[in-house]
Design a protein around this ligand. Structure first.
Ligand code: PAF
Length: 294
C-alpha cells in the first residue's frame, strides 16, 4: 500500500503541495475517506472548525489555500486580502491536516483558460447582484479543486450561505461524486461572525459590527413569533440603523432551501441574509429562522 511520505522523509507529516501533480500524487497515496477543506487562507477558528469536522468524518484531510482572483471584481479587495501562509501552515499542521495545496494563480489557471462553471440563476441573486461574476469564480475554482483533489467529502462554512447553495447546486448538476457538508458559523464572544476580513475593521467599526448578529437575531425572533417577512426585515433595519458607520447594502429573507423569494408569513424555514459595509470592508452574515407552528 502506498504511504504518505513527507519531503523530509518522515512518514505522516503534513505535505505542502505547490503543484496539481504533487497534490494528485499525495491524494493517490491516501486510503479511506478523504475530506477537502478549501480556503483562501488567513485562517481563523471558523476555518479550523471545518478542518475538525473533516477530521472527524474522514481518514485524511486535504486543505487548500488559494486567494482565487476570479472571484474578485475589478474594484474589490484582491490585493489587500490578508495573507499569512506560514501561520496558516502552522495552524493546519497543528490540526493534523495531511496535505495542503498552496498553488499560485498561474498554477491554477492556464493563461488561455476559457472554461467557466456557473449556477446561472442562484449566482445572480442576493450577493451575486452586488458582486457580479463572484459566484462564477467560486463555482469554477471549487470545481477545479474537487477535480484535482478528488475528495469523498468537502467542507464549507454556513457563513457563506449563498456560496454553499451554489456549490451544492453545481455538484448536483454536474454529478460530481462528493458529499458537501455545511458547517455552522463560528462567532466571536460578542456575536460577530469570524471572517478573515474582520482584521481590516478599525476600532470603531469593530465595536459596531456585532450589530449584524443582533439584527439577525431580531429578525429570527420576529419570524418565530409568526410575523411577516416585511416586519422581520424592518426590525433588522432598525437594529442596523443604530450601528455607527453601518452602510446597509442588503437585507434579504429567502427560502432556506432554494433561496427563492418569500412574502407574507413564511410557512417553511427561511434564511435571513445581511450584507453591510463598514468603510471599505463588506461583512456578510446570515441565520436560519423557522416560522411559528400554525
Ligand atoms: O469561502 C472561501 O474561502 C472561498 O470562496 C472558496 C470556497 C475557498 C473558493 O475560493
Amino acid at each position: 500500500m502506498a504511504k504518505l511520505i513527507a519531503r523530509d522523509g518522515k512518514e505522516g507529516a503534513m505535505q505542502v503541495c505547490e503543484t496539481k501533480e504533487e497534490l494528485r500524487k499525495q491524494r493517490a497515496a491516501m486510503t479511506g475517506r478523504v475530506g477537502l477543506v478549501p480556503t483562501m487562507g488567513y485562517l481563523h477558528d471558523g476555518h479550523l472548525s471545518l478542518v475538525r469536522a473533516a477530521r472527524e468524518q474522514c481518514d485524511h484531510v486535504i486543505a487548500t489555500i488559494f486567494v482565487n482572483p476570479t472571484q474578485f471584481g475589478p474594484t474589490e479587495d484582491l490585493d489587500s486580502y490578508p495573507r499569512d501562509a506560514d501561520r496558516d501552515l502552522a495552524l493546519l499542521r497543528a490540526e493534523g491536516v495531511d496535505a495542503v495545496f498552496l498553488p499560485t494563480p498561474a498554477q491554477m489557471y492556464a493563461r488561455d483558460a476559457e472554461t467557466i462553471v456557473e449556477a446561472t440563476d442562484l449566482s445572480r441573486v442576493l450577493m451575486g447582484r452586488l458582486r457580479p461574476g463572484h459566484f462564477r469564480g467560486v463555482a469554477t475554482v471549487v470545481t477545479k479543486l474537487l477535480n484535482i483533489a478528488q475528495p469523498d467529502a468537502a467542507f464549507f462554512g454556513q457563513k457563506d450561505y449563498q456560496q454553499l447553495c451554489v456549490i451544492r447546486r453545481v455538484v448536483r448538476d454536474l454529478d460530481i461524486p462528493v458529499a458537501i457538508h455545511g458547517i455552522p458559523t463560528v462567532r466571536e464572544a460578542d456575536g460577530l461572525a469570524m471572517s478573515s476580513r474582520n482584521v481590516r475593521l478599525d476600532t470603531g467599526q469593530r465595536a459596531a459590527a456585532p450589530a449584524l448578529f443582533a439584527a439577525l437575531q431580531a429578525g429570527q425572533a420576529a419570524i418565530a413569533e409568526g410575523r411577516t417577512i416585511a416586519t422581520a426585515r424592518a426590525r433588522m433595519r432598525t437594529v442596523l440603523s443604530q450601528a455607527d458607520g453601518a452602510d446597509i447594502r442588503s437585507i434579504d429573507i429567502r427560502d432556506a432551501e432554494d433561496l427563492s423569494s418569500v412574502t407574507g408569513r413564511p410557512t417553511r424555514p427561511v434564511v435571513l441574509l445581511l450584507a453591510v459595509r463598514f468603510g471599505d470592508v463588506l461583512l456578510i452574515d446570515n441565520i436560519v429562522a423557522s416560522p411559528k407552528e400554525p
